[in-house]
Design a protein around this ligand. Sequence first.
Ligand SMILES: Cc1ncc(COP(=O)(O)O)c(C=O)c1O
Length: 378
Amino acid sequence: MMIPSQRHLFDIPDDVAYFNCAYMSPLMKKVVAAGQEAVALKARPWQITPPDFFSTPELARELFAQLINAQADDIAIIPACSYGTATAAQNLPVGKGQEMLVLQDQFPSNVYPWRELAVEREAEIVTIPRGGNDGWTPRILDAIGGNTAIVALPHCHWTDGSLIDLEAVGRRCREVGAALVVDLTQSIAALPFDVARIQPDFAVAAGYKWLMGPYTLGFVYVAPQHRDGRPLEHNWIARQGSEDFAGLVDYKTEYQPGARRFDMGEGANFMALPMAVTAMRQLLEWGVEEIQETLSAMTETIAARAAPLGLSASDPTMRAGHFLGLGFPGEVPAGLPERLGQEGVYVSVRGQSMRVTPHLYNNEADVERLIDVLASAL
Ligand SMILES: Cc1ncc(COP(=O)(O)O)c(C=O)c1O
């Protein structure tokens, strides 16, 4: 079912066509209000009680879990994608000479931890190159073998939205006993992802893009077999019985249940969590499949309208519907995003691709503005 434009929920002037959700989403008005209320609450700390350290984090866990068909127990609260991938790197076995697989031009937060680990364990990084008309998946499947320890991927590539069939990759990983780590930052809540079908070991998401939340707050799904792992840090809330503030120096070796041991320190973030909760409630109300369907139609329209200007888009079956990468006949013209920005059109360039990443705040007038401004800029 298609969702009509939800621009009224956002504070976006009519002369701004913001097609840059892959960079960061705008906050909804009600998310801003939740943040303002949360900031004001810290001016009255006597109204913040010990149960509040647990109730909002639990709610956030629950809502994030619903987005990926998981349970609250499976989810830890983290500050950044890099924290989630570092947690995975610290807890996955890799032997000398084994391989870790990433994509060419993958986002650095899902590359650096593996490079570090490769040095530490004398293991190898295998980078799947771009190219070919059949997309990433066949080359990823070919590269996974008996010597593969970890496959670290996104659901769609952050430069151009090219899609990876994670269900097929997950199946292949299980066949050879490799771990699957997924960075959902550029797809969460916009492209359906189901932990039951894909069975990742870890699935990480930063929250300030498609989750429409504040900066410095994200989530990581941790599969049951890794729940006795070692957290990156040792914060007191993650230990068993931390609800009893008077008894905190009765130090515990046991942790809170599920994935909670992997929570960042001060995960009970009183300012960021109410904002994230408000945003995730709205995303769930819209529905991830409906968001994908609506944004797919929008990007297909844009791709069709951009083609006569000489801009090419990949086959819609090879990319995520919410994420359009437009290619130029030659190099991307220098300064193009800045020139578009002067006309109130916001996109971004990553590599050789101009990313056009809409959300439900966009409308037909935005598409017209994008095409008009592109036509005069090219
Ligand atoms: C694919 C992807 N992962 C992660 C991030 C953000 O990473 P971090 O939360 O570590 O800053 C981005 C930001 O652009 C991204 O595109």
